[in-house]
Ligand binder design. Structure first.
Ligand code: NAD
Length: 252
């Protein structure tokens, strides 16, 4: 499905990002695994090459323009092009609004909004120069669609990415680049806690219509669809991959 395509995935930690990287590789793509944590980038790339796929690990802080430029150059030097970008890297805050600090706010917006802006722009410029279109997917969160009690910056930043997605879809359409998003909910381990025990279906969620927690493969398959030729007529939209969480009117 993705034979001959080069995909760059940011945030290839062991929960969702690495699974996306492996799924795209399984569909035939060559994958650049990018993470702030060099070990995560390498582990994701190694899991692809161990199965005979082609991958490159790149350590990169997406909030650093110099790092981003270096990462995109490494990808292009290695494989000659970038056709697919998955913006998966994120961090979260853990305090409600009245206790939030400016430092946490700036840090979370810095990674989710500024980092995604920097990486997307660098990759988009590369795609435009290549002249053969492309596809991008941004990972949102149900926290970006609803207010929540436990934190503030994460949901605000994810909500920002929803309009970032639509804006890029509009501005990059003339270059044949499709831009969509996928909205996960409660999948595997919580954001920023990849070493935590994964959520267990022995305690199924109350608010998810499909009575189980999300699995990294659920998100990876949704992302694969969005970048595949099957989604060639789809741009500027969000695909909730949330077991129906957002569909339901919350009752007491
Ligand atoms: N896990 C969930 O339940 C869940 C729910 C909804 C949405 N999501 C979204 O799905 C995506 C993946 O979630 P996850 O649970 O795998 O997250 P995670 O925290 O396990 O992985 C995120 C990765 O991003 C990397 N990263 C953080 N800052 C970076 C930076 N500045 N530069 C480069 N890489 C950086 C981290 O090192 C990490 O490997 C995120 O966008 C998250 O917001 C996750």
């Amino acid at each position: 499905m993705l034979e001959g395509k080069i995909a760059l995935v940011s945030g290839t930690g062991p929960n969702i990002g690495a699974e996306i990287a492996r799924t795209l590789a399984g569909a035939g793509a060559t994958v650049v695994c990018l993470d702030l944590n060099e070990g995560y980038a390498k582990a994701a790339a190694d899991s692809i090459t161990a199965k005979g796929g082609k991958a490159l690990a790149v350590a990169c802080d997406i909030t650093s323009p110099a790092d981003v430029a270096r990462a995109v150059k490494s990808a292009v030097d290695a494989f000659g092009a970038i056709d697919i970008l998955i913006n998966d890297a994120a961090i979260t805050d853990r305090k409600p609004f009245l206790e939030a600090t400016l430092e946490d706010w700036n840090k979370v917006l810095g990674v989710i909004l500024t980092g995604t802006f920097l990486l997307s722009q660098a990759v988009a410029r590369q795609m435009v120069a290549q002249g053969k279109g492309g596809a991008m997917v941004n990972l949102i969160s149900t926290s970006g669609h609803r207010g929540e009690a436990i934190r503030i910056a994460y949901g605000v930043a994810k909500a920002g990415l929803l309009n970032f997605t639509r804006s890029l879809a509009v501005q990059l359409a003339p270059h044949g680049i499709r831009v969509n998003s996928v909205t996960p909910t409660q999948t595997g381990t919580p954001v920023g806690m990849p070493d935590a025990a994964p959520r267990s279906d022995a305690n199924p969620p109350k608010n998810i219509l499909v009575k189980r927690w999300g699995r990294p493969a659920d998100q990876a398959n949704a992302v694969l669809f969005m970048v595949s030729p099957s989604a060639d007529f789809i741009t500027g939209v969000d695909l909730p991959c949330d077991g129906g969480l957002l569909a339901q009117f919350p009752t007491g």
